[in-house]
Design a protein around this ligand. Structure first.
Ligand code: SAM
Length: 319
């Protein structure tokens, strides 16, 4: 896998070697029995060139007229072998991947609050299949690197990237722990939808901080609950059927955590309830989705009786 933009950014440092090692290792089929099937899907992608690319307003690659009907069928069949598609949507040569999440809605909510991404180097922790990384490139980033341990999402990314070889976006199938070694280099670090999955949220914030240059910007998006400063919800077991949720802080608690970690100018820029229009079962993600995780008698609660999902976006500067 070529790492052209990464190499120039990281200047052959130990970090670049670590990324390459970790990636090669994780793509090894011994680590996932589905990998041969995903590789076949990738290999069966048709060889077509996009006449147009739009990453600014959507992730739209190529036009209907750039390929034949049979090439489009071949493309759709290959992409469907990577179902479930959770983050998106993507449009490739007229094939719409209608993903579980309208990730574009989240992007539109937070983009107006960010320092302009033009020319910035960006790390997106927990990037899924890299949907937002492509949008970062569309907004002018000189480099967007995503990390996510789920190989299935990394393979989805590879399929999209297949048609965007020159776009400076990479997704590495790794956790933050595997790449975070005091990099202190990125201009902007995103962590969206990850904090509540961490058993130690403060350590997560400190790791994110260690990836930022001085004066760099953290964009933190997380589930939140109502409550005073100091309050956070630790579910008895599951939250919205998710087994691995540890801390859902109030907004004021999150701001306090950020300040305690040494971030400056910490601010809350958006709060929104997640709706069943934004997260839903589709033809490209046929499993249960948000509607199945809410109390049918009172959809403002989860099936476990907790407040329904509300998400907040925080911005903070690395001092
Ligand atoms: C709820 S999804 C959010 C995806 C995307 N950031 C978004 O906001 O739409 C959380 C993602 O974080 C990933 N993740 C969980 N723990 C992680 C870790 N320690 N390092 C990197 N990614 C992690 C999961 O695999 C999952 O894809």
């Amino acid at each position: 896998m070529p790492y052209r933009h990464l190499d120039s950014f990281l200047n052959n440092s130990a970090m670049a070697q670590l990324l390459r090692f970790s990636s090669d290792q994780w793509y090894d089929s011994r680590n996932n029995g589905d990998l041969p099937r995903w590789r076949q899907a990738y290999a069966s992608l048709p060889d077509i060139q996009p006449g147009e690319i739009d990453l600014l307003n959507a992730v739209r690659i190529g036009r209907v007229e750039d390929c034949s009907d049979s090439e489009r069928q071949q493309l759709e069949a290959a992409l469907r072998r990577l179902i479930p598609w959770r983050k998106g949507p993507f449009e490739l040569f007229g094939v719409l991947i209608d993903t579980e999440w309208r990730s574009d809605w989240k992007w539109e909510r937070l983009l107006p609050h960010l320092s302009p991404l033009e020319g910035r180097s960006i790390l997106d922790v927990g990037c899924g299949n890299g949907y937002h990384c492509f949008r970062m490139a569309g907004a002018g980033a000189r480099l967007a690197v995503g990390v996510d341990p789920q190989l299935a999402y990394a393979m989805q990314f590879q399929c999209i990237k297949r048609y965007l070889p020159d776009v400076p976006v990479y997704v590495l199938p790794a956790t933050l722990d595997q790449v975070s070694h005091e990099i202190r280099a990125f201009d902007t670090v995103f962590s969206m939808g990850v904090l509540y999955h961490r058993r130690s949220p403060i350590d997560h914030l400190l790791q994110l901080q260690s990836c930022l240059r001085r004066g760099g910007e953290l964009v933190l998006e997380t589930l939140v609950v109502d409550g005073p400063e100091g309050y956070s919800l630790t579910p008895r077991d599951r939250y919205g059927r998710m087994p691995n949720v540890w801390y859902i802080p109030s907004c004021d608690t999150t701001l306090r955590w950020l300040a305690r970690c040494g971030f400056k100018n910490c601010r809350l820029v958006d709060v929104s309830h997640t709706t069943v229009a934004e997260q839903r079962t589709t033809d490209w993600m046929r499993f249960q989705s948000l509607a199945d995780c809410l109390d049918p008698e009172n959809p403002s609660l989860t099936v476990e009786g907790y407040p329904g999902p509300k998400r907040a976006v925080f911005i903070a500067e690395n001092a």
